[in-house]
Design a protein around this ligand. Structure first.
Ligand code: SAJ
Length: 434
C-alpha cells in the first residue's frame, strides 16, 4: 500500500515523535490533539513534553511543511491512534476479595469515534495505545463500522504496540523491531508498509490480539521480574546479606538475569499495563496481581528502612533526592519516589525534595527544594530515591560541608559506600542486610 498522508490522533510521548518522524520521511502528517493548548504550543514550535532530541525534530518537521497540527482530523490514507489509556480514577474491579484497577478507555473510544466521518474505503487504521486484549476486535472495529464500512473488508485495521523507552524514544522508534497485528493478513501487510517508511528494525506480522498480548506480556514480564528483585531485597535484609552482591553473583549463571530492586516501579507503562491482564482475567492472573502488589508496597518498605536509620520520623528533616520515576528523565508520573516522600510525611517527617530534571515541579503537598544545597542544608538525613547520573557522582566530602546530616539512605545502590563512610556518614542501603 502507498501512503501520502497520515493522520495521528494523540500528540503525547508516542504520537508526537511518530508524527514528526513520518513527516521527516516525506509523508504529509496531520497531528490531532483534543487539547487546544497543545495544538497552539506546537503551532508556535514549542513542545509540551521533555524527550531528548524531540524539540529539534518537531521544529524541523513543522518547517518542512509536511507536519501540521489541529484539534480535528481530516481525510487521510492512514489513521494512527496514540492516545493514553490510564486507570479509571474512582472505579475498581473485585475478584475473590481482591481489588484491581480498571483501564480508562475513553480516549481510545473517542479517537475511534472522531475518525468515523473521515474514514474511506481502502484506508488503514492502526491502534498503538496499550490496551486490554481484544480491544481492536471487540471495541475499535464496531465503532469504526458506524461509518458503514467494515474492518478487514472495506478498510484495513491493525494493532501495533509502541515499545520505545522514554529517554531514547527517537532512536528506538526507528531501530526497534515492530510488531504489527492485522485483523486480516492484508491489514497486517498494510501496517507493515506504513511503518516500513521509517522503521529500520524488523517488522513482524501477526494478528491483532496477539500484538496486544505481546505488548502487555513485555511490560508484565518486567514488572514480575522487578517484583522478585524487590522481594529478594527484603529477604536479604532478613538474612543479613547484601542483595546487590547476591544478585551480581546469581547473574553469573548463564540463564539468570535478575533485575534491580529499588523504591518501587513507576511510570505510565510497567506499573499500569499488568492490570490490563488482571482486569480481563482475574481468575488467571494471581502471579501478575501479586507482583503488582509487591512493587506497589515497596515505597512502604523504603519508609521502614528510613525508620531503621532514624528511629521515629516525627519532626525529622529529610532531604529526598530525586522524584522522577526512573534515572535521568523528567517524568514524575506514577513515581515511587513521590510515594516515598508522601509516606515519610505521613510519619511526621519534614521532607524537602530535590528533582534536578524538574526543579519547578508543582506537586500538591510536596515541598520542592530550589537546589541540592537547599534540600540538604538543614537535613537530619538524606534519602537517595533515583539513580540520576548526577546523584551517583555526588562527592561525599563536598556534601558533608553543605549539610549537618550524617545519615544517608540509599534505595538504589547508587553510591560509593566506602567513600561516604570514610567521610563520616552512616550509610543505610536497601537490601544490605542491616
Ligand atoms: N525498575 C526497577 N528495577 C529495574 C528496572 C526498572 O525498579 O531493574 C523501575 C524503574 O526505576 C521504573 C520502572 O521500573 O520506576 C519502569 O522503568 P523501565 O525503564 O523498566 O521501563 P519504562 O516504563 O520506562 O518503559 C517500559 C519499557 N518496556 C520494557 O522494557 C519491557 C519500554 O520498552 C516500553 O515501550 C514502555 O515501558 C512502554 O511505553 O510501555
Amino acid at each position: 500500500m502507498n501512503f501520502k498522508k497520515v493522520c495521528i490522533l494523540g500528540l503525547g510521548y508516542i504520537g508526537l515523535p511518530t508524527a514528526s518522524t513520518f513527516a521527516m520521511h516525506g509523508i504529509k502528517v496531520l497531528g490531532v490533539d483534543t487539547n487546544p493548548r497543545i495544538v497552539e504550543m506546537l503551532g508556535k514550535g514549542e513542545i509540551h513534553i521533555h524527550e531528548p532530541g524531540l524539540r529539534d525534530i518537531v521544529k524541523a518537521a513543522l518547517a518542512s511543511g509536511n507536519f501540521s497540527v489541529s484539534t480535528k482530523p481530516e481525510e487521510a490514507d492512514a489513521f494512527l491512534i496514540a492516545v493514553p489509556t490510564p486507570f479509571q480514577e474512582n472505579k475498581f474491579g473485585e475478584y475473590n476479595g481482591q481489588t484491581y484497577k480498571l483501564a480508562d478507555m475513553r480516549a481510545v473510544i473517542s479517537a475511534a469515534e472522531v475518525i468515523v466521518p473521515y474514514l474511506r474505503k481502502g484506508n488503514l487504521v492502526v491502534l498503538e495505545s496499550t490496551s486490554p486484549p481484544r480491544t481492536t476486535v471487540d471495541l475499535i472495529a464496531p465503532i469504526l463500522a458506524r461509518s458503514g464500512l467494515q474492518a478487514g473488508r472495506d478498510f484495513h485495521l491493525a494493532y501495533s504496540p509502541e515499545r520505545v523507552l522514554p529517554g531514547q524514544i527517537l532512536r528506538e522508534l526507528i531501530e526497534n523491531a515492530r510488531v504489527i497485528g492485522g485483523l486480516t493478513p492484508e491489514s497486517s501487510q498494510a501496517g507493515h508498509d506504513l511503518y516500513k517508511i521509517f522503521v529500520k528494525g524488523e517488522i513482524i506480522k501477526t494478528d491483532a490480539t496477539t500484538a496486544e498480548m505481546v505488548k502487555l506480556m513485555e511490560n508484565t514480564y518486567r514488572d514480575v521480574n522487578i517484583a522478585i528483585a524487590n522481594e529478594f531485597s527484603r529477604l536479604a535484609d532478613k538474612f543479613g546479606i547484601d542483595v546487590w552482591e547476591a544478585i551480581s553473583l546469581a547473574n553469573r549463571h548463564p540463564r539468570v538475569k535478575i533485575l534491580s530492586p529499588g523504591p518501587g516501579v513507576g511510570g505510565h507503562c510497567i506499573s499500569v499495563d499488568p492490570w490490563f491482564f488482571v482486569e480481563t482475567a482475574p481468575e488467571l492472573t494471581p502471579l501478575i496481581y501479586h507482583a503488582r502488589k509487591v512493587n506497589d508496597a515497596q515505597p512502604h518498605y523504603v519508609v521502614e528502612l528510613v525508620k531503621r536509620a532514624l528511629g521515629s520520623l516525627k519532626s525529622k528533616k529529610i532531604a529526598a533526592l530525586g522524584l522522577a520515576y526512573k534515572p535521568d528523565v523528567d517524568d514524575l508520573r506514577e513515581s515511587p519516589a513521590n510515594e516515598v516522600v508522601r509516606l515519610l510525611q505521613e510519619e511526621g517527617a519534614q521532607v524537602k525534595a530535590w528533582e534536578p530534571f524538574k526543579p519547578d515541579a508543582n506537586l500538591p503537598g510536596i515541598d520542592m527544594a530550589s537546589s541540592l544545597e537547599d534540600a540538604i542544608k538543614d537535613a537530619d538525613a538524606i534519602v537517595l530515591l533515583v539513580k540520576h547520573t548526577e546523584f551517583v557522582r555526588l562527592d561525599p566530602q563536598a556534601i558533608a560541608l553543605k549539610t549537618k546530616a550524617r545519615i544517608i539512605i540509599d534505595t538504589i545502590n547508587g553510591l560509593n559506600h566506602e567513600a561516604w563512610k570514610n567521610t563520616g556518614f552512616s550509610v543505610y542501603r536497601l537490601g544490605a542486610g542491616k
